[in-house]
Design a protein around this ligand. Sequence first.
Ligand SMILES: *Cc1c(COP(=O)(O)O)cnc(C)c1O
Length: 353
Amino acid sequence: MIKAPYLEINISKLYDNTKKVVDIFGVKGIEVTGITKVVLGEPRIALCLISAGVNSVGDSRIENIIRMREDNINAKFILIRTPSVSEAHYIVRYADISFNTELSVIRELANAAIKQDTIHDIVLMVEMGDLREGILQHDLDKIIGKVIKMKGVRLVGLGTNLACFGGIRPTRKNMDQFSFLAEKFEKKYNMKFRMISGGNSANFDWLFANKDIGRVNNIRLGESIFIGRETLSRKHIEGMHLDAITLVGEVIESKFKDSLPEGEIGQDAFGKTPLFEDKGKMLRAIVGLGRQDVSVDGLTPLIPVDIIGSSSDHLILDATRFPLSVGGHVKFRLNYAALLSCMTSPFVARKFI
Ligand SMILES: *Cc1c(COP(=O)(O)O)cnc(C)c1O
C-alpha cells in the first residue's frame, strides 16, 4: 500500500484536459506547448501531454528538461525561463529552444553553441505590460539587429507573457500590438518567425472573444491542463476535469474536543495570534499533512469537512458533519500553489492511475 500523503495523478483525465486545450486552440491555428514546471518534468506526465497532441514541451528549469530527456522522452523541449549565464552550456546541450531577453546571455549561448558545434534556437520575449521578463518594445529593433548577426544562435520567434506578475490581461489591444511587432520585424529583416508565442493559461478569454487572433501561432499551457481552469479569474473551462490531480492524506487522530482552545492565548507555531469561534464540541480529525507537504490555503476537501487550521505536520479538520476515523483517507482538490508545493515536497508520494 502506498504511504500517505500522496498525489493521485489520473493520467486519463490529464489526457482529456490536454486534448481539450489542443482542440480549443487548434481550431484557430494555435499550437500548444505543454508546460511541465509545476510537475517538475515528471516523465509519465510529459508522455501523456505528448500523446494528447502538444506540439512541444516547455519547462522553466533545465534540470526538468534533462530529467525528461534522460527518460527518453522524445519531444521538442523549450526552456521558458530566460537562462542564466552560468547554465548557458547546459541550455544549448539540452534545450531545443530557449526564451531570452538579455544580449549578454544570448552571447553566452552563442559561444556555447559554437563550442558544441551546433546552432541554438532562441525566442525573444517582449515586454507587453506585465513587467516580468521581456525586452522593452523600443529596444526590440536594436536587439533583433544584433542577434541575427550572431553565429551560433538562430532567432526563431517572439514571445510574450502576461498575467503572471502584474496581473495584466491579454486583450485585443496588447495582443494586436504584439502581432504588429512580429509582422513589423519580419518585414524589416526579411525573415519569417516560426514561433509567435502569445501567452499562457490566461489567454482563454482573449481567444474566445476574438475571431482574429493575429499572428499568434503558439500558446504555453500548464495550469489549465493540470487544474482545468483559466487563470484570469480561475473560471472552470467547460469540459475540463478539475480533479485530474488530487492529494490524499490520512487521518491520524479523530476525537470530540472543544472548538475553543483552553488557557491563555499567545502566538501559534507561525507567529500568529489565533482566534476561534465557540461552536461547542466538535469532531476534530487530524490529517497527517502540513505545511511541509502542501500550501494548505490551496486545498479543498472533496468531502463535507472544514479545514480549521494547520501547522508544519498537522491539518485539523472539523469532521462533525462527516465523521472520519483513524486510518481513513481524505481527498483534496488542489490549486496551482498547492500542486506546486506538493510536487516539490520530499514527503508527498505519487500514485498514477
Ligand atoms: C509558467 C509559464 C507558463 C505557463 O503558465 P500557466 O499559467 O501554467 O499556463 C507560460 N509561459 C511562461 C513564460 C511561464 O513561466
